[in-house]
Design a protein around this ligand. Structure first.
Ligand SMILES: Cc1cc2nc3c(=O)[nH]c(=O)nc-3n(C[C@H](O)[C@H](O)[C@H](O)COP(=O)(O)OP(=O)(O)OC[C@H]3O[C@@H](n4cnc5c(N)ncnc54)[C@H](O)[C@@H]3O)c2cc1C
Length: 637
């Protein structure tokens, strides 16, 4: 432990602006500790909606942020410093205002790795350094920083298992910094907003948000309590319970982790201690649980790793495999999905829970996202953005990783061809229909036998249950047989275009945006090797990815294409079908969270069976065990 207390006799007299972002905690906060040790501090949180762009946080995420800032402000006050809250149109402008007001010569903050922050922080550092301000950034969010982990050739891993095995091999010792017990406030006056004045919560949002406070307690000291409670009472059973859709089967730490209210080193240390204890006791259940939980923490690390090394992944799939996918950009289907009116009970229950509570279990995230991409053929970025708008733990990196995982965009994720049957998944993950009954009251009286496929239920059963298909509960928005057919056709079409473009491009793989693009036009970059990261000019801390020539071949897409050729799934055709692209405007995407009531008429025939095309690995009839499925090293479920 590093005693980072400000009572040290060597305490300096420098003045440092401590710029809080998503590190809303006192404990193990390296930027705050270093600044406190160095002298006077001026803690500031800068809210700049303009710079958030299309990734402006959604209602529930802003609610969390508001509570968490109030909590932090209180804690800092008890240590002797005020958290200054600023609302601005330019972060750098506000930082300069603080510097001018206090005469500070240093700025300290903890690093972030999402694409927007990487660019913004780099620019801000450059400008401050030019002005003679010393800038220090620290790692407070990760066990391993992205540039610390690479393969033997110095390249970034693209397979989770290889990445995580390497991390564990590094056997790094995690050192937490002790919180300062006292802070000395640097004097200076700027426009200090109240929490309300920041405008994180509209008047109209308050009533919807009121319920959230019953289920969640944001703030760093509540995060510590939630961690302790999980480690003491639920960690042991994590391996067994983590697939349960109802009850506290997982840690529920994700929103705390997103806002940096709990330190990942602290989590690692606490879980690792249990792991060692249970290993000594020969408690194999406990050992398995700790391994799986640490691996979940590893997924989060990996999400940052992927975003740093492949900083285009918020707008383009990692494998580039989807750039020619003929999406069905149907607003009606998108609305039905958002409203939980697809006619598939498990999907609808998940979407209703998401809308009502802002949180859903990982298994449900996989099910509803796969449904959107594979059954409705909706552009994956629409789904990603909707999750971003509605999740309490909305986290750009984890969201990107999740959507790429289910849409065939990761070498070790679900294959695009894989189409899971929601009916079978329902019987597997919600065998008694409890989850459905909780979130779909209109199906509450359906017998368990039919609850996951009401369209097959005899009329007498429907009548007795008060279910009128097409009236109070929809028929399936797309029949599954048709969905399999459409997915098959779409993949064939995608391969044809890929082949045609490949044949016409003299071996170069031009960067083409996904067909659903038009969403945003941030600068694109190509694969970045870990070894090629460059240090910023300010300090030895945060690095930024190198922007490379966008015409470089993507080795990942080559890897996947070769595998497909070997499986005979690669069709050569120089005719590029004209309906390959659809687009969606920035404006549309900003408002994906809005609710609406229009419905699409649905087919009425019921399905008893469907044949699986050669390369469509639907899991119908043979549900896969989540432990034994084809996810390779990266099993999110
Ligand atoms: C399509 C999709 C979108 C997702 N979007 C988000 C998101 O916006 N924000 C978010 O935090 N997670 C996201 N996830 C990952 C995962 O579903 C949540 O982290 C998890 O359900 C949070 O619950 P928990 O804290 O109880 O998890 P636990 O099982 O207790 O895991 C502990 C922690 O490990 C991390 N973790 C676990 N699983 C994953 C994973 N698959 N990917 C990344 N980190 C993981 C989380 O930080 C989590 O808090 C997404 C997954 C999918 C499939």
């Amino acid at each position: 432990m590093d005693a980072g207390s400000s009572e040290s006799p060597n305490m300096g007299s420098n003045k440092t602006i401590v710029w809080f972002r998503r590190d809303l905690r006192i404990e193990d906060n390296p930027a705050l500790t270093a600044a406190a040790r160095d002298g006077f501090v001026y803690p500031v949180y800068i809210w700049c909606p303009k710079e958030e762009g299309q990734f402006y946080p959604g209602r529930v995420s802003r609610w969390w942020l508001k509570q968490s800032l109030a909590h932090l402000k209180q804690s800092l006050k008890s240590l002797g410093a005020d958290l200054v809250l600023m609302k601005t149109r330019s972060t750098i402008f506000s930082l300069l205002e603080c510097i001018n007001a206090t005469g500070a010569t240093k700025v300290a903050f903890n690093s972030l790795y999402d694409p927007n922050s990487l660019v913004r922080d780099h620019d801000i550092k450059e400008k401050l350094v030019e002005l003679g301000i010393s800038v220090h950034s620290y790692n407070a969010d990760l066990l391993y920083e992205p540039w610390d982990v690479c393969d033997e050739s110095g390249n970034a891993f693209t397979i989770f298992k290889e990445y995580w095995d390497k991390c564990l091999l590094l056997q790094k010792e995690f050192v937490s910094t002790l919180p300062p017990w006292k802070l000395r406030q640097a004097a200076g006056t700027v426009d200090n907003y109240s929490i309300e004045e920041l405008g994180l919560e509209d008047e109209s949002e308050k009533s919807s948000n009121a319920l959230l406070a019953r289920a969640w307690s944001p703030g760093w000291s509540n995060a510590d309590k939630a961690l302790a409670e999980f480690v003491e009472n639920h960690l042991l059973e994590y391996a067994k319970n983590r697939q349960q859709l109802i009850g506290s089967s997982t840690s529920l730490l994700s929103p705390y982790l997103h806002f940096g209210e709990v330190s990942v080193c602290n989590i690692f240390q606490k879980v690792r201690m249990k792991q060692i204890l249970w290993a000594r006791e020969g408690n194999s259940v406990g050992e398995q649980s700790t391994n799986l939980f640490l691996r979940a923490i590893g997924f989060r690390e990996y999400s940052r790793y992927i975003c740093f090394n492949f900083p285009f992944t918020h707008e383009r799939s990692l494998l580039s495999s989807l750039k020619f996918f003929p999406w069905h950009a149907s607003q009606d289907n998108f609305k039905a999905w958002r409203q939980g009116r697809t006619g598939y009970p498990l999907v609808d229950a998940g979407m209703r829970e998401l809308w009502a509570s802002g949180w859903i279990h990982n298994r449900i995230r996989v099910i509803v996202s796969s449904f959107a991409v594979k059954v409705l053929l909706l552009p994956w970025k629409w789904g990603m953005k909707y999750f971003w708008d509605t999740l309490l733990d909305a986290d750009l990196e984890s969201d990107i990783l999740g959507w790429q995982y289910i849409s065939g965009s990761l070498p070790d994720g679900h294959e695009l061809e894989r189409l899971d049957d929601p009916q079978i998944q329902g019987s597997k993950f919600d065998p008694d229909g409890e989850y459905i009954r909780h979130w779909l009251p209109e199906l509450a009286r359906m017998p368990t036998e039919w609850i996951h496929h009401p369209w097959d239920a005899p009329q007498t059963v429907l009548q007795a249950s008060g279910v009128e298909l097409g009236l109070n509960y929809p028929r399936p928005v797309v029949e599954l047989d048709l969905a399999v057919e459409r997915l098959t056709e779409a993949i064939v079409k995608m391969r044809e275009i890929e082949a045609a473009v490949g044949a016409n491009s003299n071996g170069t793989n031009e960067v083409v945006m996904d067909n659903a693009d038009g969403i945003q036009r941030l600068p694109t970059t190509n694969v970045v090797s870990v070894a090629k990261t460059c240090a910023t000019n300010s300090s030895n801390d945060q690095k930024v990815p190198t922007i490379q020539n966008s015409k470089v071949n993507n080795p990942l897409s080559r890897k996947r294409s070769k595998a497909l050729e070997e499986r005979g799934e690669f069709h050569h055709n120089k005719n590029i079908p004209s309906e390959a692209g659809t687009s969606k405007s920035d404006e549309d995407l900003r408002s994906t969270a809005e609710s609406s009531s229009s419905k699409k008429p649905t087919p009425t025939t019921s399905r008893t069976s469907f044949s699986v095309p050669q390369f469509c690995s639907s899991s119908k009839g043979q549900p896969q065990s989540s432990e034994e499925n084809s996810d390779g090293g990266f099993n999110q479920g």
